[in-house]
Design a protein around this ligand. Sequence first.
Ligand SMILES: Cc1cc2nc3c(=O)[nH]c(=O)nc-3n(C[C@H](O)[C@H](O)[C@H](O)COP(=O)(O)OP(=O)(O)OC[C@H]3O[C@@H](n4cnc5c(N)ncnc54)[C@H](O)[C@@H]3O)c2cc1C
Length: 487
Amino acid sequence: MSASMTKTSQSFVEQASELLGPRGFTQDSDLVAPWLTDWRGRYTGKALGLASPADTREVAQLLTLCAEHGKPIVPQGGNSGMSGGATPDEAGNSIILSLRRMNAIKHIDAQAKQVTCEAGVVLQTLHDEAARHRLRFPLTLGGKGSATIGGLISTNAGGTQVLRHGTMRAQVLGLEAVMADGQVLDTLTPLKKDNRGFDLKQLLIGSEGTLGIVTAATLRLLPEIGGRCVIWAGLESLSQARQLLLHCEDRAAEELEGFEVIPSHCLEAVLDHLPDARNPLAGHHAWHALIELVAEAGQVGALQPLAEDMLSSAMEQGLLEDAVIAANETQAEAFWLIRDSISPAERAIGPAMQHDISVPVATMAQFVEHASPLIEERFPGTRAVAFGHLGDGNVHFHLLAPPQAVRGEWEEDQGKEISAFVHDLVTQWDGSISAEHGIGQMKRDELGRLGDPVSLSVMRSIKDALDPRGLLNPGKLVPLAKGDLNA
Ligand SMILES: Cc1cc2nc3c(=O)[nH]c(=O)nc-3n(C[C@H](O)[C@H](O)[C@H](O)COP(=O)(O)OP(=O)(O)OC[C@H]3O[C@@H](n4cnc5c(N)ncnc54)[C@H](O)[C@@H]3O)c2cc1C
């Protein structure tokens, strides 16, 4: 770092400290270090400091200061993202902008079924608060104890209820964001009809902190559910799971809230990882489906007979091998805990290359059945495992390393080639290399390699227009143009 850079950084640090106070800005390495590595432990960076503003005004002032000093900003919520999007690079010149202090739920309008909250509200907190008003927020995922509303919006997160309610994009009614130059974009008030030009909130959703900092949002809520039926089914194949899904959609279109698939390998990994977990079914099944039906208050009585009828007709048609309906809420939670524990259980086993992919819903089972043996043959000793949101045409397609592989080394040696192989296949099947986890730093080059040239060119133009100096989350999401070595 040159002497003049050091001076600029020093001046920036003094002004940021003055602006945000001791709770709002720190360079203390003990406080900064936990936020320098991503959840999966694949990326570690360096930062000039950690900024934790208390409100939107402070975010705006900080961004103005960063613009003046040319300081890159890496926004961060719960740091539960899967693509290294919230991790700074190794230059040590960036500011991590944590939204975690901005965690107020400002207003719940029970009549309009809307909530306005700050970006740092943790998803589980929002669920709890909505429940106190006999409402619910219809998006959930395994990282709900740490994922924040700002992070969920910025990655357009999905989860296990997309089948019925859509991704985060469908939940956001209004948005507040601070732009690169410090201006505050306020579209918090939801309007059912509004044709005043571009829908800027939709542009910001899924932009992974590269176009603006989300500071608050108005989100839609639904009436609380009166009850649910959670089913665990044993299956012989993923194709059978697809047939079962169609059957469930046919029999319980209004009530079907989630349909997740879990191969036996993942179930066994979770049972090893969680000492108190139990296999819901007695026998062995190659695949499992976790199915949730829900009903509003007043219609709960019809749920159990509906589930029983749906399962017995499925059994008659040879669409499943065995099934059990959770006897109570504790058992229902235990079924879901198995699903939500797949990622940590798998992480405990050893290295894996993870791919969050989608193909058209109708071809997902065929894709997995076609791609798994191909990739295992191409990379001997590996094991392909797919699990997740079959109902959305989205599975997490992981390639587990051979047993003797060393964590870190194996990914370094083989990771790029493996991912390119998977992504090429997905592209051939008209799919997406990022279904719900975003691009981050992990898939930026792959998006550049495989993305539609026109889409990429439009994305770069938008980025240049809104963040001409490239200070917002540099090195993430937006692929470099050919010959551009600066970003
Ligand atoms: C066990 C587990 C299970 C998961 N399951 C799912 C799943 O089923 N579906 C799914 O979609 N995801 C899942 N995730 C991933 C993760 O929870 C989501 O990506 C979530 O949206 C990240 O939220 P976060 O607050 O942790 O964001 P972070 O990880 O902090 O950030 C994610 C990205 O958003 C940007 N960002 C964060 N906050 C802001 C802001 N306020 N303004 C602008 N940019 C911002 C960051 O710079 C980064 O690019 C899972 C994670 C875990 C740990």
